[in-house]
Design a protein around this ligand. Sequence first.
Ligand code: BDR
Ligand code: CA
Length: 309
Amino acid sequence: PTPVIIDCDPGHDDVFALWLAAGNPEVSLLGVTTVAGNGELEHTTTNARIALTVAGVEGVPVAAGADGPLRRKLTPATWIHGDNALGGPVLPAPAVPLDGRTATELTADLLEASAEPVTLIPTGPLTNVALFLEQRPGLRGRIREIIWMGGSTGRGNVGAYAEFNAWSDPEAADLVFRSGLPVTMVGLNISHQALVTEDVIASIAAIGNETSAFGVELLRFFCAAYEVSQGMPDGPLHDPITVAIAIDRAVAEVRRCHVDVETRGEFTAGATAVDLRDMLGKEHNADVAISLDVPRFWRLVRDAVAALR
Ligand code: BDR
Ligand code: CA
């Protein structure tokens, strides 16, 4: 299996990314690091531990990272995820412990210990990844690739052009896209293909285990919030697409191109300028996910949930 580390801000869809990685045999979830984004760090960290607890996952360390963006103020996405970043179900106390190391320390230890290079899967603002690259440049070679949920080839979901994870910490995203490491961008243009329809909810409910029951409560809250705040009754389950790509590249079609992150725009801060038509002739620095094999994606999600508790 491909060794992966998930850096996340759970968040309803982040939870499904964790479950997909924990429940699929093609990837090995080495560790989880948390970042402030959908909620304050305290919430996203507790929620990551709860996600693993509910699914019965043991032995995967969870370490907390940055409590806010590199240079900007944190704006938690309460309008989608609620005040605790995981609105909906009654949350159990997490049985999974918090690792004493920082996100950077845990990531460094896992990269050093892994027999092969590790795939980093960030599903929140890129603050932790940017800090890691700055603080541990000697370990870059231990990173196989970065598969990130964020950005968009088109319109945004917090501004006209900015997607939430990119907009939360554009300076961090800019650093990662200029890092020279292999980056895959899973933006809104593809994540809005992963819609949580009533059929999807019914098929997850039909699994009938504890994880699926908790998951259905998450999805119901998430879809209701999407309907109210974005006029989309079938919410898009953005984050697990990253893990699906780590499992099976054929689940998404990608285009290799140049991506810049707007850090200064008066109206566009946090926008990802994706040069799909090669207008600028700049060196290609990312694989940008374009289209999703939707049935295959949901099969992967369902099979993983079914394999958990
Ligand atoms: C991204 O923002 C968060 O609210 C989600 O968890 C996802 O990572 C979508 O814009
Ligand atoms: Ca997220």
